[in-house]
Write a protein that binds this ligand. Structure first.
Ligand SMILES: [Cu+2]
Ligand SMILES: [Zn+2]
Length: 185
């Protein structure tokens, strides 16, 4: 059996059952195979240092989404936040105009007509770590098949998970189109 944790030392009794039998057994093992879909993220003009990948792995109860990004803006001062909203948008191209270079990525992916942050495409934000970010989240808001051809967007600001229609997340600073991966299915 695949185990997410490598040591049970000092583990609270309440979590030992999760260690011995994870609800979704084998999630960590997904990372050892090819993703079912992926998006290469590239920065907008003015953010050309941003480069990243988002991988999508279909599992029985949901989709494991894993993102790695480098070249994100770094703020200075004693209390840097460096939190960047992260969504799947419904548009199918990373194109736009001088005001919004990814305008054609459109609104958040929202096939059920829900408000933000109940859009299928709403995801946890990226937390910058000296310009680098790693994110892993498991969600049943969509299947991999649902989002192939849609776009992943990184924003300049955090998502407030309240303001309509998009969490007051600011400019779109990176974008990638989700393409089917090479996994045999
Ligand atoms: Cu967005
Ligand atoms: Zn949303």
């Amino acid at each position: 059996m695949e185990r997410i944790f490598t040591s049970a030392h000092n583990m609270l009794p309440e979590v030992i059952s999760l260690y011995l039998k994870p609800k979704y057994d084998g999630l960590a093992a997904l990372l050892r195979r090819e993703p079912d879909a992926q998006a290469v993220l590239k920065g907008a003009p003015g953010y050309s240092s941003i480069i990243g990948m988002t991988f999508f792995y279909q599992a029985d109860g949901g989709v494991l989404v894993v993102a790695q990004v480098q070249g994100l803006p770094k703020s200075s001062g004693s209390c840097p936040a460096d939190v960047f909203a992260f969504h799947i948008h419904s548009g199918r191209v990373c194109a736009g105009n001088s005001e919004d270079p990814f305008a054609e990525a459109g609104p958040h992916f929202n096939p059920s007509g829900c408000p933000h942050p109940a859009h299928a495409g709403d995801l946890p934000p990226l937390f910058g770590c000296n310009g680098y970010a790693f994110l892993a989240v498991f969600t049943n808001r969509f299947t991999v098949k649902d989002v192939i051809g849609r776009t992943v967007i990184i924003h300049r600001s955090p998502d407030d998970f309240k303001t309509q229609p998009s969490g007051d997340a600011g400019a779109k600073i990176a974008c990638g189109v989700i393409a089917a991966g090479t996994a045999k299915s």
